[in-house]
Design a protein around this ligand. Sequence first.
Ligand SMILES: O=P([O-])([O-])O[C@@H]1[C@@H](O)[C@H](O)[C@@H](O)[C@H](O)[C@@H]1O
Length: 365
Amino acid sequence: MGKIRVGLVGIGNCASAIVQSVFLAKKRPLRGILFEEIGGYRVQDIDFVFAADVDTRKIGKDLGQAIFEGSNLFPRLVEDIETGVKVTAGPVLDGVAEHMRPFFAPHSRDVSMDEIVKAMRDAGVEVVVNMLPVGSELATRFYAEATLRAGAAFINGIPVFIASDPTGEWQEKYRRAGLPLLGDDVKGQFGATILHSALTALMRERGLLVEETYQLNIGGNTDFLNMKEEERLRSKRESKTSAVAYTLFNAEEIIRSQRIRIGPSDWVPFLGNTKVAYIYIKATSFLGLPVELDVKLKVDDKSMFAASMVDAIRLAKLALDNGLSGPIHEASAYYFKHPPRPVSSPYEAKRMLEEFIARYGAAQA
Ligand SMILES: O=P([O-])([O-])O[C@@H]1[C@@H](O)[C@H](O)[C@@H](O)[C@H](O)[C@@H]1O
């Protein structure tokens, strides 16, 4: 099987977890992985060929070194990573929040679309992964456009609505260009969203009516620090809330009456990369009697991201190999919180995904 030529945008903790998982997979079988192979592609078939960031502490360094620079704190799991890819300077646009400047060292050079498209083309990028900070609306659109012009598939890991663009414009652009589009906003492997929505889906399946629910999240990395600005956080709340709301009988009513509250809640520096989620659900069961559930989840936030992303990358490549274009619904519904076509149960989403892999993976073999 061939390699997958991948470009990474935003060399933060998520990128570190992805890069390290690929180099770890070259040494020994990965633990906790969902699919060993997708259409014949293994995690170690991911080849990094392009990387972009705005932080001067990362620009110009080998990707294998840049993932440990700046405010990155994902632990080192592999020694001596050399990718041969130098981190290139991307445009800053809205990629750095004002209150983050003391923690960042963004460059101040103008970087044009032509420069980035050329760099992507020269590198022969097939799949671009967007991992910019939440709230990077302009910067995400910039890279979605650059990827399109460079002729690659785009995976949008953050809550800017590209694959799920309500106007349908981005979906149409990718369809016309004959390129796959996956997104939006990664659903961690066993993160707060999948756990919360699996619980509410189970309640629905067992005939319970959810009356009220919240999901509070705290963490100590720059992702949580960035989201302290309420405006940057708006799309994240929408994305996370919708992922749970799709599993409810009474979504509209519960949203209207503000009996659902979901989102990142605070930055607690000493937590580092650990994310803690508190989930509460109150439901009505048989004969109108109440059921209450309180769950606390504690996970490494970025390994959760990477587990989903190494699958999404292989699915994007499978879509490319099979000449699929526009939104890849099966992959988006399972791995992303805000897909263009949401599915009300994670089990149904998994069934669709497995059918997709069997169909296109087999076609390829
Ligand atoms: O899946 P989940 O745990 O609800 O939420 C996750 C966030 O906590 C994480 O910071 C981000 O990198 C992932 O993309 C995902 O959004």
